[in-house]
Design a protein around this ligand. Structure first.
Ligand SMILES: Nc1ncnc2c1ncn2[C@@H]1O[C@H](COP(=O)(O)OP(=O)(O)OP(=O)(O)O)[C@@H](O)[C@H]1O
Ligand SMILES: Nc1nc2c(ncn2[C@@H]2O[C@H](COP(=O)(O)O)[C@@H](O)[C@H]2O)c(=O)[nH]1
Length: 236
């Protein structure tokens, strides 16, 4: 994960005015939702996540996962992940502190529950970079407030090339991730939206459009738009 530091869930430090953006978030008084991005390793979700977080008017907050995976050289503890031991992971999981968790490519990953709940309670949206197992768990808990997007690579050859070009993982780890990719790709039907990430800008534009549309769903606007409609109806 390579999120933009100041958009991560811990310490967003933004005030209410800041959050009034082009999409009329707070003006509409709508409920926040959970936007989940999943893909086989190397398809590009971390890159797209960073682009979304850098787009300030979207006002998205990233959920920072805990993981037992070793830290990559480019990663910072507490920013990209919170890196913990398996014992610490089990304590969080058994204490009910994780919204979801899964074993992926031989390591444990999980989403701390409390920070997510806090952001949603403010009527703001949370972005997740989690796998299909975690996506299923979140959907089972709160289907209405979850939007899921699956990112596909343009080809398996390009997927391998992206993992090799990224040069963050040793060859045996890349081999394992490619081996798991087919199983993950077969899950595409479980998602609300599917995007083929050929060109980054095109995929980003598609994500922006999905987010914009989802924010305008009547079910999410109910509370805030009600007062506005009443006002409209009072006009002569
Ligand atoms: N559309 C694209 N065209 C070319 N290269 C891309 C594209 N999208 C992402 N990449 C590159 O592919 C590599 C893998 O991308 P990224 O790290 O975002 O994948 P990921 O899905 O988050 O993988 P992981 O699950 O392992 O974290 C990166 O080097 C990134 O710059
Ligand atoms: N179920 C969960 N999956 C997660 C979480 N955080 C990350 N992930 C997924 O793991 C793989 C590998 O990630 P990497 O950073 O080691 O490349 C990838 O599919 C992520 O989406 C989580 O909290 N829960």
């Amino acid at each position: 994960m390579h999120p933009d530091e100041d958009r991560a869930i811990q310490g967003t430090g933004r005030d209410a005015d800041d959050a009034k953006d082009l999409l009329g978030r707070n003006d509409a008084g709508r409920r926040g939702f959970m936007l989940i991005l999943s893909s086989p390793s190397g398809a590009g979700k971390t890159t797209l996540t960073r682009m979304l977080l850098q787009t300030k008017e979207l006002d998205l907050t990233l959920s920072i996962s805990v993981t037992t995976r070793p830290r990559r050289s480019s990663e910072v503890d507490g920013i990209h992940y919170t890196f913990i031991t398996r014992k610490q992971f089990e304590a969080l999981r058994d204490g009910g502190e994780l919204l979801e968790w899964a074993e992926v490519h031989g390591n444990c990953y999980g989403t701390p529950r409390e920070p997510v709940e806090k952001v949603l309670a403010q009527g703001r949206d949370v972005l997740f970079d989690i796998d299909y197992q975690g996506t299923q768990q979140v959907k089972q808990k709160t289907a209405e407030d979850v939007v899921t997007i699956f990112i596909l690579p343009p080809s398996m050859k390009e997927l391998r090339a992206r993992l090799e070009r990224r040069a963050e993982d040793p060859p045996e780890v890349i081999a394992k991730r490619l081996e798991n990719a087919r199983n993950e790709i077969r899950r595409w039907t479980q998602y609300d939206y599917v995007l083929v990430n050929r060109d980054l800008q095109t995929t980003f534009s598609d994500l922006f459009a999905i987010l914009t549309a989802e924010r305008r769903r009547a079910v999410r606007l109910k509370a805030g738009i009600g007062a506005f409609v009443e006002e409209l109806l009072r006009e002569s």
